[in-house]
Design a protein around this ligand. Sequence first.
Ligand code: 5GP
Ligand code: MN
Length: 331
Amino acid sequence: MESTNKKEIFDALSGSPRNVVVVSHTSPDGDALGSALAMQSLLIGLGHCATVILPDSFPDYYAWLPGIDEAIIAEEYPEKVKTVIDAADLQIIVDMNALKRAQQLESLLKAVDVQRILIDHHIFPEDIFDLTFSDITASSTSELVYEFIDEFRPDLMNLSMAECIYTGIVTDTGNFFHGNLTARTFNITAKLIEKGVDVIRINQLVYNTFSENRLRLLGYSISERMRVLPDKKSAYIFLTADDLKRFGHTEGDTEGIVNYGLSLKGIHISVLFLEKPEFIKLSLRSEGDINVNLIASKYFNGGGHKNASGAHFYGSMEEAINVLLKALDEL
Ligand code: 5GP
Ligand code: MN
């Protein structure tokens, strides 16, 4: 499925200078950050004024990304963010299919009547955008941003943008392990390497900079908090607020934990439950034809991709786990 107003989007960016906000989703991951920052660089290269706005902060292991220092975190600077959104005449939304994924930014973005563009690879993009470049067969939104730049203004692609795009691709494919891994993904990665991206350096920065606490939390999650349900070909891990506190949890520390369930032989569905102050955050992963997006959307009002989805559950950990068990029975 592809919905593309690619040419119209480029036309919209080809006229006189515009004041653009580039926005991505809450708990931004490598693809949200990489696609937003690369898009911002393109916009600046085209003569526009562009600001990246994020609902909340990003993990430390992305702090080296070129341009990330200038991104405005809405949770930290709510008034500034409102001023910037109110002043913008164009909104570009990346790596999310619905404005509600930008949490508190949704109402601010909707309050202004300006052109809205979506660039994304999630299923079921919301029908509220003036122009949409959506392709669910892409490994990542960063891959789409690469293709967009490569098609219209390859001369503007610089090393910083290439590094951002590589980061989006490597993280959304779990280090080239899952998702829509196609020749297209590897071809683009090869082009990024030709641009000068040091992939070993970035892999080290993203994957080999754990704190001791983070590694111990991972060990604890697997040894103490994982339940395996061979009959249901499933495993889940739950971490309580106390667990997170005990390991001095910081943003990003739980990233990747959900994937370990899938590394078990015969297990094709893995779910991580995290007890946050206001809700239980779920991460769901699957292999092959098993569609965890169905579970996320039907039972938890969440969404994402066929093999990687997320959701928020308002209730106790026990209730959340019981809903999952029921969903697995019905699958
Ligand atoms: P993660 O488990 O890494 O947070 O998210 C996996 C995928 O599901 C990502 O593509 C993310 O955008 C999507 N996702 C995560 N949480 C939610 C949610 O609450 N609602 C929706 N619609 N998608 C989510
Ligand atoms: Mn993505």
